[in-house]
Design a protein around this ligand. Sequence first.
Ligand code: BTN
Length: 256
Amino acid sequence: MSGGTGRFSLDAFRHEALSEVGSTNSECLARARAGDSGLLWITAGRQIAGRGRRGRAWTSEPGNLYASLLLINPAEPQRVASLPLAVAVAVHAAVRAVLPPGGEPLEVKWPNDILIGRRKTCGILLEGEGLPDGRRAVVVGIGINIRHMPDNAPYGVTRLADHGAGVSPEELFAHLYKEMAIVLDAWDEGRGTAEISRRWRDVACGIGEKITVNLSDRSLVGTFAGIDDRGFLMLDTGERAPMPIAAGDVFFERTE
Ligand code: BTN
């Protein structure tokens, strides 16, 4: 399967490699404000103000991969909810390509953390911004632990080097560049959500398990019943129908 011939064909993307930047996500947003047309990858050898989810810092020493992809008007607003799942499928495939076979399971935790042996090896941060000219910028930021991992994370962490992947950030990025084009082509501006959801379920962990979901204002406990067609997590709390959840942090019962 190729990256397709449409909007997300392989040769439609551009790549700029920086040695050091504050945050590749911030750099992409600045390019969008300056009029960039999107499908621009920015990578950096090191970030000095890398951002994680929920306002956390993302430690960004040389040796790991720091990459952001700028998308402009990626989909109609009602179709964009499945983009994080599509990104997870692409990143999972890129990491799969550099890991030797037979190791601990490589899985996706809802919506888009990449885990090896249930420990996080990659974080993904999507940020959106309405531009003054009416366009919408969406930045997909991806940090993959290759040689380093934080020592103070509030969850289990790991790095590719501990799983036999002696890969450089550049080599891993080459896989990511290709896999993202393939998956975005299948995602098809959100029209391919059913196919993306199917691929996501194939690599997901924890479906059927008891989980805690931390929302911004409270925690919910229940059984992870899967995802719906929009990519929302379905939490079975034992009351009526499973509850759809659009955003939250998932914790598994035994491993975290
Ligand atoms: C998370 O907290 O799980 C998301 C981490 C996202 C980190 C990446 S590194 C490249 C891009 N630039 C940033 O400042 N953050 C993202």
